[in-house]
Design a protein around this ligand. Structure first.
Ligand code: ARG
Length: 470
């Protein structure tokens, strides 16, 4: 059957191949055939319950849909571009299998509410996969942090060495970002898992439908409130796309760290062989390709969000065919984000850290300058003055190419008589880290608390990440 056949008598000629190619969405929406069938079964069951079709008719439609699903799963289903999209392909095959009763499935329904429902279900399921992968990544980051609580590296601001921090503290910062991503997903699931089925084309319907029943059957938590809104908004795609863009942004920042840390001038990490490549002409090179690609792919996912926002921004109510463009971007973002998170977990797990190089960078960067300033404040010097005196001592050490801790006491005293022998204990790097036990700080007890809280949160998320509210 051609598409014009589905629309009835108004369209005489067949649409030219070129236009068909331009308008089809089967390549994208066949990805959610299973979800479309699930929604159709719920709709058929509801039509039967409401006596809009007979129980027997509902039963034969439902078992016909099961048969279609089996064909799709075993690969014997033949998709036809002529039938434009997943909905018409499935309905067409259903009717071939069960006969004319198949044509009753679409009673009280339009493709407009149909596509919104099936796509919402698909988006929701895909976000659960992101969530599972994120939970694994957070676990890996937590374990790495646990094993590197004593390792010290420079903490940076403006990418300039600032103060020493523990490697655990640095890794746990990323764990917190990904934790918020998991929470963001849960929050937007609440708005995604709403059923538009029953809104029909745009205005509702004259049939006595039971949208609450269909929603429950599909597994959704709520039912739409306004039929025009239900069929035409796509914020249920945009919010997940934002969540995806945010996840990729967090990943990309971590990639950037790994790329910098893998540079021999830093030498903080040894990237596992499987996540780096050599150069064909420069034998000394080990390129952080995987991290670079992930950083690059983040741009595409952010683009998917901007692209759909732009598509949406001037659309009048209600359904417009522009909305079909919501799918390719989401599929792209979904594929990229799930795989990226999974790859990052493996990469972090396999990455080795060079504690010596990290410590050498700490020593080279005057990372105990703040300690000296605070010490002078402790001796009664106003902070601004203490900052100034410390700056001069740093300049002097720099001239001599030594660390503050290597400078003889007499030299320091030339800058301030307040300095005594106890200063060397204060200049110790481990001590500098250990003294920062404020809430969320880099001190060992503060880091232990962070780890405990993270683990407690992870435990509350269920073992495989499939737990939680949805
Ligand atoms: N393939 C369409 C989409 O993805 C399905 C809805 C078509 N509705 C319509 N009135 N032409 O949006």
């Amino acid at each position: 059957m051609s598409t014009s056949g589905m629309w009835g008598g108004r369209f005489k000629g067949s649409i030219q191949g070129m236009v068909l190619e331009y308008t089809e969405s089967i390549e994208a929406d066949r990805h959610f055939a299973r979800q479309d069938i699930r929604c159709s079964k719920a709709h058929a069951a509801m039509l039967g319950r409401q006596q809009i079709i007979t129980d027997q008719e509902a039963q034969s439609i439902i078992s016909g849909l099961d048969a279609v699903e089996r064909e799709i799963e075993d690969g014997s289903f033949s998709w036809s571009r002529d039938l434009e999209d997943v909905h018409m392909n499935i309905e067409h095959r259903l009717t071939e299998i069960v006969g004319p009763v198949g044509k009753k499935l679409h009673t009280g329904r339009s493709r407009n509410d149909q596509v919104a429902t099936a796509f919402r279900l698909f988006v929701s399921e895909r976000m659960q996969e992101w969530r599972r992968n994120l939970l694994r990544l957070i676990r890996v980051l937590g374990d790495k942090a646990e094993g590197h609580r004593e390792v010290i590296l420079p903490g940076y601001t403006h990418l300039q060495p600032a103060q020493p921090v523990s490697l655990a503290q640095h890794l746990l910062a990323y764990a917190q970002m990904f934790r918020r991503d998991v929470e963001r997903i849960a929050d937007c699931q609440d708005r995604v898992r709403v059923s538009p089925l029953g809104a029909a084309a745009l205005a509702g319907t004259t049939y006595d439908l039971d949208p609450e029943y269909t929603a429950r059957e599909i597994g959704f938590d709520r039912v739409f409130a306004n039929s025009m809104d239900a069929v035409s908004d796509r914020d249920f795609v945009l919010e997940p796309l934002f969540a995806a863009g945010m996840i990729m942004t967090h990943l990309s920042r971590l990639c950037e760290e790994l790329i910098i840390w893998a540079n021999p001038n830093f030498g903080f990490v040894r990237l596992p062989d499987g996540f780096a490549t050599g150069s064909s002409i420069m034998p000394q090179k080990k390129n952080p390709d995987v991290a670079e690609l992930m950083r690059g792919k983040s741009g595409r996912v952010i683009g998917d969000l901007i692209s759909l926002l732009t598509t949406m921004k001037a659309l009048p109510l209600a359904y417009n065919r522009d909305l079909q463009e919501d799918k390719p971007g989401f599929l792209d973002a979904d594929y990229t984000v799930s795989l990226s998170v999974a790859v990052m977990a493996e990469m972090i797990e396999a990455t080795g850290f060079d504690e010596q190089r990290m410590y050498a960078a700490v020593r080279a960067g005057f990372l105990n300058a703040t300690e000296l300033a605070d010490y002078l404040v402790g001796k009664g010097l106003p902070f601004r003055q203490a900052h100034h005196v410390t700056g001069r001592i740093v300049a002097r050490a720099e001239e001599q190419n030594i660390g503050l801790e290597d400078m003889p006491l007499e030299q320091m005293q030339e800058h301030s008589p307040l300095i005594d022998d106890e200063v060397y204990a204060v200049l110790d790097y481990e001590t500098a880290v250990a003294r920062r036990e404020s809430r969320g700080g880099t001190g060992p007890r503060a880091v232990s608390t962070q780890l405990q809280e993270l683990r407690a949160w992870l435990d509350g998320q269920g073992d495989n990440g499939g737990g939680g509210s949805v």
